[in-house]
Design a binder for this molecule. Structure first.
Ligand SMILES: [Mn+2]
Length: 315
């Protein structure tokens, strides 16, 4: 499978960096002629306050779609993308929350081409994927290494976001933090159907939170303290997972929960548990758990104006 890097997509600039340049920081820090130590501290502080962020704003775009797991389902996207278009014909961006179906075999490539087709006929410009656990992480990591910190283009409309990727839409700040634990890893084959790189590491968490808060966090993994529907699954272990599998998943969830707490987003949207749910925490943070293909709650709309959330249901 070839990864196409076409940065000349009209209206989408995945390369424009909004970080303050070092020269600009030097000018700011030297204005009041502080000591060398003050200069160094301020330099460091300013640098940390200006994380790399990409402005992906499309002019006039007021709301975007959010989608849960798709698992490479051709039949689902041929229903879901047209349904989304019927209910929100102006939508041009889908934020997809992983288990997209990035697989090395022919079917995987065919799937992103199918998504391209349905996006083209519905006027959708881009699908920004926060990868899940059921993706080929060997392929993804190789692609991310060729352009560290940047989105990787899989096909005409499909882009995959590296862990900790920050971007802006209409002045709203977003962070993508993909990956999750495959609870059934013991039944999978390393490098063929399971990739240990699916699991967010402590280093990933450290890098992601260093940039400070964000308004919207996109993950595949769920968090501790999320919607009642995911908490119920966590407390009852309905599929009878082994202690080893539960511990593996708990580590992943703890890392993602750590990011959620540290960047304190108004909105967290995640997939993975294949269940529709939502909760507003006492501190005002909202969490939305999206259903998978063929489930309720696979699609929603997020307003960039006030970050309000609207579920899309269709039959
Ligand atoms: Mn899934």
């Amino acid at each position: 499978m070839h990864l196409i890097v076409d940065l000349a997509v009209p209206g989408i600039d995945f390369t424009s960096r909004r970080t303050t340049s070092v020269a600009a920081i030097d000018r700011v820090a030297n204005v009041d002629g502080g000591s060398e130590l003050e200069f160094l501290l301020r330099h460091k502080q300013v640098t940390q306050q200006q994380p790399l962020s990409f402005d992906l704003t499309l002019p006039g775009e007021e709301r975007v779609a959010v989608a849960g797991d798709w698992h490479g389902s051709f039949s689902w996207v041929q229903k879901a993308i047209p349904a989304l278009h019927r209910m929100a014909p102006e939508v041009r961006t889908i934020l997809q929350l992983g288990d997209f179906g990035i697989w090395r075999e022919r079917a995987g490539k065919g799937f992103s081409n199918a998504v391209d087709y349905w996006c083209r006929v519905t006027g959708i410009d881009r699908v920004l994927v926060t990868p899940g656990n059921h993706e080929d992480w060997d392929l993804l990591d190789a692609a991310f290494e060729t352009q560290p910190g940047e989105a990787v283009q899989l096909s005409k409309t499909v882009w995959v976001l590296p862990r900790g990727y920050r971007f802006e839409l209409a002045g709203r700040s977003f962070m993508s933090f993909g990956g999750a634990a495959s609870l059934d890893f013991a039944h999978r084959v390393v490098g063929k159907s399971w990739w240990p790189a699916e699991l967010p590491t402590e280093d990933d968490v450290g890098r992601a939170v260093a940039g400070g808060s964000t308004e919207v966090l996109l993950t595949h993994e769920t968090v501790n303290g999320g919607a009642a529907e995911t908490e119920q699954i966590l407390s009852s272990n309905p599929f009878g997972w082994s202690m080893e599998a539960l511990a593996y998943a708990a580590e992943s969830r703890a890392h993602v929960t750590g990011v959620w707490d540290a960047v304190s987003p108004a909105v967290l949207a995640h997939g993975h548990f294949h269940v529709k749910g939502e909760i507003e925490r006492p501190d005002g943070r909202r969490v939305y758990s999206l259903g998978a293909d063929n489930d309720l709650g696979n699609l929603a709309l997020l307003s960039l104006d006030d970050l309000s959330w609207t579920w899309i249901e269709f039959s």
